[in-house]
Design a protein around this ligand. Structure first.
Ligand code: AMP
Length: 621
């Protein structure tokens, strides 16, 4: 008997807040945390030996900022050297780990951002188990579309540390599109969707193409230093300036007063998303000469909009940039989706509508839509929504460099992922003990014209004539577009492996430009490749004949031996000179001559006119 494998959680692990959803009876349901909130602050506070997570941790921020870690997502999977700007904005200490990664240091103890995020995930997992009344072990976790391999891996690690089996790392804009059911429109022509995501700390915008149930991220842009917190700061500064003008006291210089003011400013901002005016009341906010001072004022929506207009405008540049990068006009965008709590602000909705020339869809809560999409993806993986096809495809072919600089494709362009391919290669010189596997991505025939994505070295190959060792190269591209390349020498069992991220950060415009470039260069590339392949064939034949002469030359009739020697010398001579370098008819004629004379070796040895293959061809799986 096997037990039912429990639900797959959809987790939006946000910079500021996180959210969890699950499919329940064919509907996505957002799960409340233990405090009854549908979102949980992504904050972890260290208090003595205790670790607080969520709202309790967020409330510690003003008391002990150095021990309250928030925005771990800004550090996850990143090197210390890369996060200099981020570090300056964080009140806790960020240090370089032994491998150069950015870690947080609290109370003298170092913790990786994966460990911090794991605390948030473990809290969410336990709260979800409480809400569902059954244990949960599996999850889909979302990440920004621009996250690279290291950031995706580190997010996956966080899930694993939290005791979750991470079924997939899903891009946030793809999740949003899933929540809106766009994948159901399979029979429609390809559709372009824009996802505008303004959260607490970061902004990003993505363009997706939806084609037969498959999503492709065409372009992403954003501003990692723009979010709802900047809107709060604009309000805080405005009120603090007014207060200072009136009372001569700067509330920003008193940490406790500032924390209260920031809270009130945020609440006012939220209220002004549906009200036209709101009151701020903060009694006993400061004191002058023993006399208490109170803050009381009215803030209008119009005033909030005036204060935050520059921030909204800042988000429009990246919106225009993604259109330009993808080579699309705004009227080609058929759907605009809003993600992130800050998009509840009416002025943001208006600005986005104006920029894309289309009213955004607002059917879902913008801070829940990503988790809902992740839950839908979970149901697809669990086979609960069987009629969905959800494919990502490889935008550019992936392969390896082979003899003479040829690009040998293992995974062709537009192959749906996940996928895996295996191919057998061999050595190109005698007693070669090291094989370099150079992994590239692109559409050109020669390796040097493509983009290098990883290099792998297989060492200690036992001595053998060239062509004898069998080196099995295996490519596994998983559903998160993470590529694992392994190479194995079959005789010795020696193995080497590497992980790479193909095509990260390529916009559709770049892919199209590469495709065009490949098309333009096609004739030239094909003839270059043909030359290299002819030369490779000549090399192989000359080598095989030389070995045969060495091994069995004595036993051959003199006439056969001499004709083979003569033809080998002629071919080698041509390979070394200019005419041979062009792989022209002379070289081909010399090849044909040697091929003919080499047959006599076998005929003489075996008394048989049948010619066995000289070298085994590579095999494909
Ligand atoms: P997220 O990271 O998506 O949870 O976004 C959180 C941000 O959205 C915070 O800066 C919140 O202040 C902001 N936010 C949440 N609700 C509202 C609202 N009703 N109006 C304006 N901003 C909001």
């Amino acid at each position: 008997m096997t037990s039912k494998p429990g639900p797959i959680l959809g987790i939006d692990l946000g910079t500021t807040n996180s959210c969890v959803a699950v499919m329940d009876g064919g509907e996505a349901r957002v799960l409340a945390n233990r405090e009854g909130s549908r979102t949980t602050p992504s904050v972890v506070a260290f208090v003595g030996d205790d670790i607080l997570v969520g709202e309790a941790a967020r409330q510690r921020a003003s008391k002990d900022p150095a021990a309250t870690v928030f925005a771990a997502k800004r550090l996850i999977g990143r090197k210390f050297a890369e996060v200099e700007a981020v570090r300056r904005g964080l009140p806790y200490t960020v240090v370089a780990a032994a491998n150069g990664d950015a870690w947080a240091e609290v109370h003298g103890r170092r913790r990786s951002p994966s460990q911090i995020s794991a605390q948030v995930l473990a809290y969410l997992k336990d709260a979800a188990a409480d809400a569902l009344g059954e244990p949960v072990t599996r999850a889909i976790i979302t990440v920004p579309a621009y996250f690279d391999d290291a950031q995706r891996q580190a997010t996956r690690d966080a899930g694993t540390i939290a005791g979750l089996r991470v079924e997939r790392i899903l891009s946030e804009p793809t999740a949003a599109a899933l929540a809106y059911g766009l994948h159901d429109r399979k029979d429609r022509p390809p559709q372009i969707v824009a996802v505008y995501d303004l959260g607490g700390g970061t902004f990003d915008v993505s363009l997706l193409e939806l084609r037969s149930g498959a999503f492709e991220v065409l372009a992403t842009a954003g501003d990692s230093q723009l979010g709802g917190e900047d809107f709060d700061s604009a309000v805080v500064d405005h009120i603090a300036d007014l207060f200072q003008r009136e009372h001569g006291v700067d509330l920003r210089s008193d940490r406790a007063a500032l924390a209260r003011l920031r809270d009130a400013a945020q609440r006012a901002k939220h209220e002004l998303s549906w009200a036209l005016a709101t009151e701020l009341n903060l009694p006993f906010i400061a004191a002058v000469d023993g006399q208490p001072l109170h803050l009381a004022l009215t803030l209008t929506r119009r005033e909030l909009e005036r204060l935050t207009r520059p921030l909204i405008d800042r988000s429009l540049g990246p919106c225009r940039r993604v259109l330009a990068d993808a080579g699309l006009r705004r009227d080609q965008v058929e759907e605009v989706l809003l993600v992130g709590g800050q998009t509840r602000m009416p002025a943001v909705v208006e600005a986005v509508a104006e920029c894309f020339g289309r009213q955004p869809s607002t059917a879902h809560n913008p801070d829940e839509v990503v988790a809902i999409g992740a839950a839908i993806q979970g149901a697809v993986l669990a086979g609960e929504l069987a009629d969905l096809v959800l494919l990502d495809v490889v935008p550019l072919s992936i392969g390896v460099e082979t003899q003479g600089g040829v690009f040998s494709v293992l995974i062709p362009r537009n192959t749906p992922i996940p996928t895996r391919r295996t191919e057998t290669f061999s050595t190109s010189v005698d007693n070669q003990s090291i094989v370099h596997v150079h992994v590239l991505q692109g559409l050109r025939e020669m390796a040097e014209d493509n983009r290098s994505i990883a290099r792998l070295q297989l060492t200690d190959i036992p001595p053998a004539p060239r062509g004898a060792p069998q080196i099995q190269v295996r490519f596994e591209l998983d559903a998160d577009a993470i590529l694992r390349v392994s190479a194995r020498e079959l005789l010795s069992g020696k193995e080497a492996a590497i992980v790479a991220q193909p095509a990260s950060g390529l916009t559709r415009a770049e892919v199209q430009a590469l495709a065009q470039e490949a098309e333009d260069a096609r004739q030239h590339d094909l003839s270059r490749r043909a030359i290299v392949e002819t030369r490779n064939r000549c090399e192989t034949l000359a080598y095989a004949c030389e070995r045969a002469l060495e091994g069995y030359g004595e036993g051959l009739p003199a006439a056969v031996r001499e004709s083979v020697q003569r033809d080998v010398a002629a071919l080698r001579g041509l390979l070394g000179d200019h005419a041979g370098a062009r792989g022209g008819p002379e070289l081909q004629a010399a090849f044909a001559a040697l091929e003919r004379s080499s047959r006599q070796i076998y005929a003489a040895m075996l008394g048989d006119a049948e010619t066995p293959a000289l070298l085994a061809e590579g095999s494909r799986e």
